[in-house]
Design a protein around this ligand. Structure first.
Ligand code: F6P
Length: 256
């Protein structure tokens, strides 16, 4: 039975790679919408993938969310004598629960991995004016340079509606999510079903364009409810490794 399950998951991984156009897909068994423990499996698979991507010098940028929080929970010592491990927050605070903020996750991952960390002490949604003065701030400027030079980016993907509500977006934006058919959200960017960016939260940190380039990108998202978001995000998404679960994978593959 176990052998059959494993080959079933392998099969889904291959199909997902084709359908989504990602260089690698990892599918863990179960549906994290139904069983909270599946999120830890996603977290563990994420830690393994980070380990696989390590080189001599590593700058690992991480975003927030409960899935990445699970990855921090599952982190273990990664540091070998010849490795330099620096974790940085890819984005500022999001006004969400502290355990799900990028800064909290970044610090926890670094501690458990036995690496160093730098945090981004800025609010997530900024006015034009604060944005321009903050990026000139030397301490912030230094962290931003590290974020832009990240060798590995690890981020979550959420559904647009859920994320708009979680960030306490106003009525007007919630309406836009509906009228412009936003279905996915990742690092403050909202995407429609075709993968087009329909909105971005003005903030300091990792930008969409930063993901296209010579670096490893690991996206971690699972649960049947995120299937549509995952599919949309990868329509125009950067080359990535996707870590997901059976719940999301089955729902995505149902149409193929
Ligand atoms: O808020 C940070 C973030 O990474 C979002 O960009 C993403 O949509 C969300 O978290 C995913 O959250 P969760 O893992 O809790 O579903």
């Amino acid at each position: 039975k176990v052998m059959k399950d494993i080959s079933g998951l392998k099969d889904m991984e291959k199909k997902l790679e084709d359908v989504l156009g990602v260089s690698k897909a990892v599918v863990v068994s179960g549906d994290s919408d139904q069983y909270a423990l599946v999120k830890n499996e996603l977290g563990l698979a994420c830690v393994r993938e980070i380990e696989r991507c390590l080189g001599a010098k590593n700058i690992i940028a991480v975003t927030g969310g409960s899935t990445l929080a699970a990855a921090a929970e599952m982190m273990h010592p990664l540091k070998k004598a010849h490795q330099d491990l620096l974790f940085v927050s890819a984005r500022g605070g999001l006004g969400v629960k502290v355990e799900n903020q990028a800064n909290t996750i970044c610090a926890k991952m670094a501690e458990k991995a036995e690496g160093r960390y730098h945090l981004l002490h800025v609010p997530d949604q900024l006015s034009d004016e604060s944005y321009h003065s903050l990026i000139e701030e030397p301490s912030i400027h230094r962290v931003l340079q590290l974020v832009h030079g990240a060798t590995i980016v690890v981020h979550g993907i959420g559904s647009a509606k859920t994320m708009a509500i979680r960030r306490h977006s106003g009525e007007e934006f919630l309406k836009r999510v509906d009228t412009e058919h936003a279905v996915a959200e990742a690092f403050g960017y909202f995407f429609d079903r075709t993968g087009r960016v329909i909105h971005k939260v003005q903030t300091i940190g990792l930008q969409w364009e930063d993901l296209f380039g010579a670096r490893a990108v690991i996206a971690v998202a699972g649960g049947k409810s995120k299937a549509e978001a995952i599919e949309a995000y990868f329509k125009k998404g950067p080359d990535s490794v996707l870590i997901t679960d059976e719940g999301a994978a089955q729902e995505i593959l149902k149409n193929f």
